[in-house]
Design a binder for this molecule. Structure first.
Ligand code: FA5
Length: 344
């Protein structure tokens, strides 16, 4: 057996072991380069064939070819196995873990102001009020004059007004501006209407006050409407809005369009009247302004005050939502913070 033959067998073994150790496609490529390539160890050995005797040369040459064919077949098998492993690895790295909980899609919902409007309107509609629409841009008359605000009377300063560039037009400062529209449409029939909508006041924005906010106005006019009807209506409203067993209290107040006028509070929904941060330790939450419709306003609306009487009330919508949900800053309603909007 020639020395060359011996070298060939050794190379065969060494190459087979080295191939097993290759774990990536690029390692198998370097292996090919080292053993079977043009500058590889096999080629180097085969170059020595010329020095062999004429009898040995074909035998060693044949064996060399066998080894080469075997190694090439082994290389193909190894490369196929590695490709399979690499694919498996990539698949499991990028794969979908079907046991993971799904991501909850963000679903839009009604804005908290709209939720509150619907809740309030639903309660009042069930009590027999019908919704009446009135304009956001109003004449000074509907917003003030016809509601018994005398010209240049300091009462106008109760509500800081945005004036339109057209003289005589204002952005309504309260939904009471719709009262005369409703009365003039239905007088002399009795009415029970509610007027939900936007109001605007040129005020400093604070945790309690916005420049744009919503109110719902209530107005009932008939032949025998008394202050007791107002009280019963508001107690019923408070119980439905804030829960059974709620108490309300009336504090005397002043509005030019009602006489007598009151501010109405409900016992604090958070502490039940003991005093807490929400009610500023008073035990009460203010919910609205109200009163008996002033005779001058009845007359301006087309009703004879000798025959007809009525009550009216006006509440801030965001304030009701704040009371109910314990929100302590009205600015959250209009700052588009999704964390607040999603929670509300
Ligand atoms: C009025 O606007 C009267 N028109 C209410 C009324 C109607 C009285 C009918 C009698 C009869 P007042 O200015 O108090 O009243 O506003 C009523 C409610 O609107 C307040 O209690 C408050 O909840 C809300 N409100 C007033 N100003 C703002 C503001 N800047 N931001 C948010 N809410 C406000």
């Amino acid at each position: 057996m020639s020395d060359l033959n011996h070298q060939l067998e050794q190379l065969h073994q060494e190459a087979a072991v080295a191939l097993e150790r290759a774990t990536t496609t690029s390692e198998t490529e370097s292996w090919y380069h080292d053993y079977l390539g043009r500058k590889g160890k096999m080629t180097a050995i085969l170059r020595g064939l010329g020095q062999l005797s004429a009898e040995e040369r074909p035998l060693v040459g044949k064996r060399a070819n066998q080894i080469k064919v075997e190694l090439e077949a082994a290389l193909q098998a190894r490369q196929a196995a590695i490709a399979q492993e690499e694919m498996q690895r990539a698949l499991s790295a990028e794969g979908i873990d079907v046991t993971m909980p799904g991501r909850r899609p963000l679903v839009g919902k009604l804005h908290p102001t709209n939720q509150a409007i619907r809740e309030i309107v639903d309660i009042l509609v069930q009590m027999g009020f019908q919704v009446f629409d009135s304009p956001e841009v109003e004449t000074d008359d509907y917003n003030f004059g016809l509601l018994n605000f005398p010209p240049d009377h300091p009462a106008r300063e109760m509500q800081d007004t945005f004036f339109a560039t057209t003289p005589g037009l204002v952005l309504r400062t309260h939904t009471s501006s719709g009262q005369i529209h409703a009365m003039r449409k239905y007088a002399p029939e009795p009415i029970r209407v509610i007027l939900p909508g936007k109001c605007f006041r040129n005020e400093d924005v604070t945790a309690r006050a916005e420049m744009m906010f919503y109110q719902v106005e209530g107005l009932a006019i008939g032949r025998n409407i008394t202050f007791s009807d107002l009280k019963g209506t508001l107690l019923n409203f408070a119980n439905q809005m804030y829960g059974d067993g709620r108490q309300i209290r009336f504090r005397k107040s002043y509005f030019p369009f009602t006489e007598p006028s009151v501010e109405v509070d409900v016992d604090c929904v958070l502490c039940g009247g003991d005093g807490c941060r929400l009610c500023k330790y008073t035990g009460w939450l203010e919910i609205l302004g109200a009163g008996m419709v002033h005779p001058v306003v009845l007359k301006n609306g087309g009703y004879d005050p000798a025959v007809f009487s009525g009550f009216a009330f006006g509440m801030g919508i965001e304030r009701q939502a704040m009371n109910k949900r314990g929100v302590d800053d009205i600015r959250l309603f209009y700052s588009n913070d999704v964390r607040f909007l999603a929670r509300a």
